[in-house]
Design a protein around this ligand. Structure first.
Ligand SMILES: NC(=O)c1ccc[n+]([C@@H]2O[C@H](COP(=O)([O-])OP(=O)(O)OC[C@H]3O[C@@H](n4cnc5c(N)ncnc54)[C@H](OP(=O)(O)O)[C@@H]3O)[C@@H](O)[C@H]2O)c1
Length: 379
């Protein structure tokens, strides 16, 4: 099978290396921005050369971004080429359209590497969907934020200090906003919940809270209660409604979520026959991610791949479940929400069980009074 690779960065180099060891595949093109990036004879800067080449059976997109990848993926599918992508941003932005385009042109669209890198999560969702119903997906979908939280708990250092270290070690981007403000997890939650619930979920309907305001002070308050914080993406289906969120969440130190170390990921599903299934592993990195890409390539080659279904009509709805929160704010702001607080400790407090509407009001009020306000959900 002849393959064209678009992008020769961290993932692209890993994929080319793995494919070159496998006789079933021949990498005939590598798209780069500048020929200086790659001294292999397959390198080109001309995407049209690839798209027009009838010898190309499969295109693997590993560039990142949205517009240009969208053009390359949609054009490849229209020309009857299978596509594999590791790019969650383009999938989230054009999910329905790209799947429909693949189906219309009788080709496959593989997306295993787009969520949780090396964990075979997408394949697991697609497989489990064959035999029952998935009504919950949850996970630690972002390695950077888990790395920061795990080290904050272990070393009692402040967020910024560990973020700088993570950037120096290559665990965090120079602009970490998508990771620490939740967009990366939200995109992965949209893809996971869409596959799990056989629909197209709306990312804008999900609740989210940035992790960037968490302090050493909060970590110490959690630990006094035997709790650990993790940045959790979660979506549930109930009847014909779904709800989703990405929020700092507190677990008992013995819960599996609390035990996920450094930049590892966790992906969890709840299935009508199987019950709860948890997968733990590397969510990023050259070889774990390249392995996930090549898994898709091999499945498509062997005609064993599956496409997500989108035949369920579900509507987004705020969660109906009561919750308890940890909150930390200035004294003045805390005084404003005293009726909701069960236990106060310095600048922080633990709320009583409150409805989702009360939670929304509380957060809106606190944000108004104190831009440094931080909360976490208690599981
Ligand atoms: N790294 C991971 O562990 C990981 C895990 C899961 C998923 N992913 C996803 O995989 C994709 C690639 O990630 P990565 O870490 O490999 O990124 P990367 O190291 O930045 O590699 C992307 C490469 O594509 C090149 N590129 C960008 N636009 C291009 C264009 N128009 N024409 C030709 N080449 C172009 C970039 O060149 P320039 O640098 O010159 O722009 C870069 O060399 C992203 O969507 C990412 O979210 C990555």
């Amino acid at each position: 099978m002849n393959v064209a690779c678009l992008g020769y960065g961290v993932v692209g180099q890993g994929v080319v290396e793995l494919l070159k060891k496998d006789d079933r595949f021949k990498v005939i093109w590598i798209l780069v921005k500048d020929l200086k990036e790659c001294d292999l004879p397959e390198a080109t800067t001309d995407v049209q050369q690839i798209l027009k080449d009838n010898e190309v059976d499969m295109v693997i997109e590993m560039m990142g971004g949205i517009e240009f990848p969208y053009f390359c993926i949609s054009e490849s599918l229209k020309r009857g080429k299978h596509v594999v992508t590791s790019n969650k941003a383009v999938l989230q932005a054009h999910y329905r359209e790209l799947i429909e385009l693949a189906e219309k042109n009788h080709v496959s669209l593989g997306m295993e590497a787009s969520v949780c890198g090396g964990i075979p999560w997408i394949t697991t969702l697609l497989n489990q969907n064959q035999t029952g119903e998935i009504d919950r997906v949850e996970g630690i979908f972002n390695g950077t934020t888990n790395y920061i939280l795990d080290r904050m708990h272990a070393e009692h250092l402040d967020f910024d200090e560990i973020l700088k270290d993570a950037q120096r070690l290559g665990y965090a981007e120079s602009d970490p906003s998508d990771d620490i403000d939740g967009k990366d997890s939200l995109r992965k939650l949209m893809i996971s919940s869409s596959i799990a619930f056989k629909t197209v979920t709306d990312m804008d309907s999900f609740t989210s809270e940035s992790l960037r305001k968490i302090k050493k002070y909060d970590i110490e308050a959690f630990e006094r209660k035997g709790l650990r914080c993790r940045y959790i993406a979660s979506a549930q289906k109930e009847g014909d409604c779904y709800t989703g969120s990405v929020e700092p969440t507190l677990f008992k130190s013995t819960d599996v979520q609390a035990t996920i170390k450094l930049n590892n990921n966790l992906a969890l599903l709840n299935h009508s026959a199987l019950g709860t299934l948890q997968l733990i592993g590397q969510g990023a990195g050259r070889y774990p991610t390249a392995n996930a890409v090549v898994q898709d390539v091999v499945q498509i080659y062997g005609h064993r791949d599956m496409m997500p279904q989108m035949n369920q009509v579900l509507s987004a709805q705020p969660s109906m479940q009561n919750c308890r929160l940890y909150v930390r704010a200035s004294n003045d702001a805390m005084n404003e929400i005293l009726p909701w607080i069960e236990e106060k400790e310095g600048l922080s407090g633990w709320t009583k069980s409150i409805t989702q509407q009360e939670k929304k009001e509380l957060i809106a009020r606190m944000m108004n009074l104190d831009s440094d306000f931080f909360y976490a959900i208690i599981k």
